[in-house]
Design a protein around this ligand. Structure first.
Ligand code: AMP
Length: 400
């Protein structure tokens, strides 16, 4: 049997997402999610051939038991004979990694050390890597970093207005996230416009539960909106995005918040949820606006869209020219309302939307939704899993 598949693993604190992909054709053979891990309600759902099967996981309900279940399933369907390697999404690669890496002892230690910069993500990514090494000890494991694509940013873009020694001694700087998504849609944009990537100037907006924007020139990221952590930049589902740092002192000194409370407030209780007081979900807010003209929902969406427009416009300072903008992520790919509100504020960039194309380009469709004679405005569904599979495949074939 030909070895042609890569298993992609994306580990969260209580979840493990996976897909089995043939990188060369882009075919997804199966995908799924183990959720509520570490609780006795843990379950795993596997989708294959249009069918979905959910099973409860046995004690100890952890990432290892999820992987054991997956391994048994792969053997049952003889997929293990086709496996080439395992590709892992790792959130923070710091300045150490600007491309995917074969996981070695040193790489594992570095990912562990970088947990200081991503305490919520890197430790669980490592749990996934270690569980997968046990389950597939004979296969290469590859780490694909969310921060890697942004490593080309110049110092002007990645340094904060802080004492330089904080950067030198503690690595405090902008790193950016969603790198595989920005990379993928910028490459797709070039291809769809029949342009070499070296001559492509594009702004990509990844709008999902987490949101970030990147300015990309000649295939290289020159600026992005997320920072040291994914909290910076745009208003998101539950994250506040950028704000006056003085607000943190005010909350602590005047209002008696603890650091943990501020952390939870800014990461989990703010953004669309905090402003609307209804939901962090864009669909629910759109329904509230449409059905009963809910003012809070409308205000939350307006603030959300204004921040996106402002950030896109600010990248006029980063790019030498603009071929187009790209919307991606759950909101970018599906919400005509968000796209319309964002683009309506960007007339100075010669952007204007074609209403019919905007309404028609949803649910997995890609295309240019700009009015004729205006700067390109594209909707391109992202595919981070495929990027991880493809980069894993490329790495293990290097030198062959
Ligand atoms: P993601 O994190 O990329 O999965 O995106 C999640 C976000 O996409 C949520 O806010 C959803 O409400 C939003 N979303 C998904 N489908 C739609 C839709 N049809 N219309 C508007 N928003 C959507």
């Amino acid at each position: 049997m030909t070895k042609d598949c890569v298993l992609v693993i994306n580990c969260g604190s209580s979840s493990l997402k996976f897909s089995l992909i043939v990188p060369q054709s882009g075919e997804t053979l199966l995908s799924g999610l183990a959720e509520r891990l570490l609780s006795n309600d843990a379950s795993i759902t596997i989708k294959m051939d249009g069918e979905k099967n959910t099973s409860r996981l046995p004690d100890p309900f952890d990432h290892q038991s999820a992987l054991s279940h997956l391994v048994a399933f792969l053997y049952q369907h003889k997929f293990e004979q086709r496996l080439l390697a395992i590709g892992h999404r790792v959130v923070h690669g710091g300045e150490n990694y600007s491309k995917p890496e074969l996981v070695t002892e040193v790489v594992e230690k570095t990912i562990e050390a970088l947990s200081a910069l991503a305490p919520l993500h890197n430790p669980v990514n490592l749990i996934g890597i270690r569980a997968s090494k046990q389950a597939f000890s004979h296969l290469p494991q590859v780490a694909v970093f969310d921060t890697a694509f942004h490593q080309t940013m110049p110092k002007t873009a990645y340094l904060y207005g802080l004492p330089y020694k904080l950067y030198e001694q503690h690595s405090i700087r902008r790193y950016g996230f969603h790198g595989t998504s920005h990379y993928f849609v910028s490459m797709q944009f070039a291809q769809m416009n029949n342009k070499p990537i070296e001559d492509t100037h594009v702004i990509t907006a990844h709008l999902g539960n987490g949101c970030s924007i990147a300015a990309i020139e000649g295939g290289q990221c020159v600026d992005t909106s997320m920072g040291l952590t994914p909290l910076e930049g745009l208003v998101m589902g539950t994250r506040s995005g950028s704000l006056d740092p003085g607000i943190v002192f005010h909350l602590c000194k005047q209002l008696g918040y603890s650091i943990e409370q501020v952390d939870s407030l800014l990461n989990k209780e703010s953004g669309l949820l905090g402003i609307s007081e209804i939901s962090n979900d864009c669909r629910t807010l759109e329904e509230a606006i449409e059905n009963d003209g809910n003012e809070h929902a409308n205000l939350a969406m307006d603030i959300f869209c204004y921040q996106i427009s402002k950030t896109i416009a600010s990248y006029s300072a980063s790019l030498s020219k603009l071929d187009g903008i790209v919307f991606t992520g759950g909101i970018g790919e599906n919400s005509s309302l968000v796209r319309e509100r964002v683009v309506n504020r960007l007339k100075l960039l010669n952007l204007a939307i074609d209403n019919e194309a905007n309404l028609a380009t949803r649910f997995g469709k890609s295309g240019n939704i700009a009015k004729a004679g205006h700067t390109g405005c594209w909707v391109i569904p992202t595919n981070e899993e495929w990027v991880i599979a493809e980069q894993t495949y490329q790495l293990i074939n290097e030198g062959n």
